[in-house]
Design a binder for this molecule. Structure first.
Ligand code: SF4
Length: 345
């Protein structure tokens, strides 16, 4: 069935019911900007048109299956079920700054098989549709409304590699930045990738205002290959050229998950410093959320701090990230993987 995210179908309904454009605008505002429930959004349309819109459109395409709220830091993990009974995750972060953020999924599972990632252990099922990508945001905004919050930042860093679902992710970006729909500025959106040079080039050409984040995790080719099999296809040298091009549009974010004894030693620091020298980047040092089934361990806080200090001294903008939602398995794929195991018992 057609969803509310199919703008052509909605326009067709408008014309068929002789709804004035400004009434359709009110309807869209109610759904996407004011996060009203769909019944009250329908109330913004002329009465005679409401039943046709109600019968002709599907107002949500994901079902909220579970919600887990952290008791530590206000993070929430949401598990959504797709129409074909797959589970995906979104994570809401409510930092003290007040800027509510959501980390959304772009695929069911992932074909990249990063060794530190619970999603990577699941394998790949399929790409999410544009509607499934956007519905994570629409439904979450509705959930947040009673708290007086709405999503300020969207990060494509949940399940899946966004640049391997490029067409749908790009169209979702168009929707997110459309003043008639979500009306977010590009600077409030981040797309994170394992590093696929051609796709990164296309992304930065098409969306120069949207932040690009590279999951680097090691500047040593052999270590990176062990952590991320995709690194064999796209070596560090090739990615560096792409980073340089992308940085012409602004700072690129570098994500660096700190793993004890894997990428946190002096040689790792030196390789990172050398690799990023001359590129305007912002480095995020990320703690590792350990989970059953992975034998990787996170670098202790004191050592993460020391690593971060050295990067700062070397002249890099560096932020030490703290784990949010550690009590609700907020790292990508952990809860869905847990649910899958439960269903096998
Ligand atoms: S870290 Fe991202 S790209 Fe790598 S396996 Fe997990 S979801 Fe896929």
């Amino acid at each position: 069935m057609t969803t509310i995210y199919d703008l052509d179908a909605v326009e067709e309904l408008r014309v068929r019911n002789a709804v004035q454009p400004h009434r359709l605008k009110l309807f869209r505002n109610a759904l996407f900007k004011n996060s009203n429930d769909w019944k009250s959004a329908l109330g913004t349309l002329p009465e005679a048109a409401r039943s046709d819109f109600e019968d002709g459109l599907k107002f949500q395409c994901l079902e909220l299956a579970e919600r887990h709220d952290s008791e530590i830091d206000g993070a929430s993990k949401l598990i959504f079920k797709t129409h074909d009974h797959h589970l995906i995750e979104s994570v809401v972060l409510r930092p003290k700054t007040g800027r509510t953020s959501i980390c959304i999924s772009s695929q069911i599972g992932c074909a990249c098989y990063c060794s530190f990632c619970a999603t990577g252990m699941m394998g790949f099922t399929r790409n999410l549709t544009i509607a499934e990508i956007l519905d994570q945001i629409t439904q979450t905004n509705r959930m947040l409304k009673p708290e007086g919050r709405s999503i300020r930042n969207v990060v494509f860093m949940g399940m899946g590699e966004p640049l391997l679902n490029m067409e749908n992710v790009f169209q979702a970006l168009d929707y997110l930045m459309d003043p008639q729909l979500y009306d977010l500025t590009g600077s409030r959106i981040t797309v994170s990738t394992v590093g696929i040079p051609q796709a990164m080039d296309r992304f930065t050409e098409m969306y120069p205002d949207v932040h690009l984040a590279l999951s680097l995790h090691s500047a040593r080719q052999e270590v990176r290959q062990r952590l991320m099999p995709q690194a064999r296809v796209y070596p560090l040298e090739q990615i560096r050229d792409t980073l340089l091009k992308a940085s012409a549009h602004g700072k690129v974010m570098i994500e660096y998950l700190m793993l004890a004894g894997v990428n946190d030693r002096e040689e790792d620091f030196q390789a990172l410093e050398k690799y990023l020298k001359g590129i305007p980047v912002h480095i995020n040092l990320i703690p590792f959320n350990e989970y059953a089934g992975s034998n990787l361990r996170g670098t202790p806080l004191s050592e993460r701090k020391a690593f971060g200090e050295k990067l700062k001294v070397a002249g890099f903008n560096t932020t030490l990230r703290y784990s949010m939602g550690s009590d609700i398995a907020a790292a990508c794929g952990q809860l869905v993987q847990h649910k899958k195991k439960e269903s096998l018992i």
